[in-house]
Design a binder for this molecule. Structure first.
Ligand SMILES: NC(=O)c1ccc[n+]([C@@H]2O[C@H](COP(=O)([O-])OP(=O)(O)OC[C@H]3O[C@@H](n4cnc5c(N)ncnc54)[C@H](OP(=O)(O)O)[C@@H]3O)[C@@H](O)[C@H]2O)c1
Length: 285
C-alpha cells in the first residue's frame, strides 16, 4: 500500500481497549474504518465518537462458526485493505484447574475467531495483490507464565498461523504484522478464572504461584502501576507502520514486552548451547 493513501481497515474487538484506540486513530488519520463487535447497540453507546467520525459498526462475532462467511462477504463489500484482530478474552488459571470446555472456548475466540477473519479477508487482498494482516498478540504469545497457560496456548497458536502466513502471502504482496504487547491500560475486563472453583483455583494449588496469580487478577479493582502501556500510542505506532511500511514480522510494544522477549531469547540460547553437542550426535554418522 502506498504511503499516505487512505485505506479501509476492518478491526475486530473495536468497541474496547486497543481495538477501539486503533479504530479512532485510523479514522483520524483519514482511513475508512469498519469496527466489528458482537453487539452494535452496546458499541454505539460505549463509543459514540466512532460513528460520529464516520466509522461503520458491523455486528459480527468471530467466535461463531459462520464468521468466516461474514468476513468473506464484508471484506469484499468494503474492499478491506487492513485487517486488525484485537478481539479476545483471557482465562487466568492453572492448567490442571481449567476444564477442557474452557480451553476450547478460549481457542474458539482467540484462535479460531482470528483464523476465520484472516481466511475470510485473504481472497479480497490476494485479488488486489496488497493488504495487511495485523494480529494484536501478547508477550504471552511468545513466553508462557504460570496461570496464563491457556491464554498463552491460544496466542502461541495464532502467532504460528501468522508466522506461516507471513511466508505464504508475501508473494501476493500481502504483509503480516504480529504486534507483541506488554501490559497496556485497557479496560482489562475480560479476564475469567476457572468456573468450577469459587476461588478460581483448587485446594491443591493454595499458596502456590497459581493462587497468587489468580487472586491478584480477581482482586484487581484498578489497573496496577506496572501496567504502563498507552493504548493510543500503540495505535499510532501500528498505524504508522502500516501506512509507512515495515520490514519485520514482530513489533514489540512496551518496555516490559522487550525485557520479556530478551529473557525468552536468552533462555532459548541457554537450552541451545546446553544441547548443541547432543543435537549433532543424534545424526547418522
Ligand atoms: N491490554 C493489554 O495489556 C494487552 C496485553 C497483551 C495483549 N493484548 C492484546 O490486545 C488485544 C486487545 O486487548 P484489550 O485489552 O484492548 O481488549 P479489551 O479491552 O478486553 O477488548 C477486547 C475485545 O474483544 C472482544 N471480545 C471479548 N470477548 C469476546 C468473545 N467471547 N468473543 C468475541 N469477542 C470478544 C470485545 O468486543 P465486543 O464485546 O465488542 O464484541 C472487546 O472489544 C487482545 O488481542 C489482547 O490479547 C492486550
Amino acid at each position: 500500500m502506498a504511503a499516505g493513501r487512505a485505506s479501509t481497515w476492518l478491526i475486530t474487538g473495536a468497541s474496547s481497549g486497543l481495538g477501539n484506540s486503533i479504530a479512532l486513530k485510523a479514522l483520524a488519520a483519514g482511513h475508512k474504518v469498519i469496527g466489528a463487535t458482537r453487539d452494535v447497540e452496546k458499541a454505539k453507546s460505549l463509543c459514540p465518537e466512532f460513528s460520529a467520525k464516520g466509522g461503520i459498526w458491523l455486528g459480527l462475532d468471530p467466535a461463531q462458526k459462520d464468521a468466516y462467511d461474514q468476513f468473506s462477504k464484508y471484506s469484499q463489500e468494503y474492499d478491506v485493505d487492513v485487517l486488525v484482530n484485537s478481539a479476545r478474552y483471557a482465562i487466568i488459571g492453572g492448567i490442571e484447574d481449567t476444564s477442557e470446555d474452557e480451553v476450547r472456548d478460549q481457542m474458539e475466540v482467540n484462535f479460531y475467531g482470528a483464523l476465520r477473519s484472516v481466511r475470510g479477508c485473504l481472497p479480497t487482498m490476494r485479488a488486489k495483490r496488497s493488504g495487511h494482516v495485523v494480529l494484536l498478540s501478547s508477550i504471552a504469545g511468545f513466553m508462557a507464565s504460570p496461570g496464563r497457560g491457556t491464554y498463552s496456548a491460544s496466542k502461541f497458536a495464532i502467532e504460528a498461523v501468522h508466522e506461516s502466513l507471513f511466508l505464504e502471502v508475501m508473494t501476493f504482496g500481502i504483509k503480516v504484522l504480529i504486534v507483541e504487547l506488554g501490559a497496556f491500560r485497557t479496560p482489562f475486563s475480560r479476564l475469567i478464572t476457572p468456573a468450577q472453583y469459587d476461588s478460581g483455583f483448587s485446594d491443591a494449588y493454595k499458596r502456590t504461584v497459581i493462587d497468587q496469580t489468580v487472586t491478584l487478577y480477581r482482586n484487581m479493582t484498578s489497573l496496577p502501576d506496572f501496567v504502563k502501556g498507552d493504548p493510543d500510542k500503540a495505535a499510532l505506532a501500528i498505524i504508522e507502520a502500516v501506512d509507512d511500511g515495515y520490514e519485520y514480522l514482530r513489533m514489540p510494544l512496551g518496555t516490559d514486552c522487550v525485557e520479556m522477549l530478551e529473557e525468552k531469547i536468552e533462555r532459548l540460547r541457554r537450552d541451545l548451547e546446553a544441547n548443541r553437542g547432543i543435537a549433532k550426535w543424534t545424526e547418522m554418522s
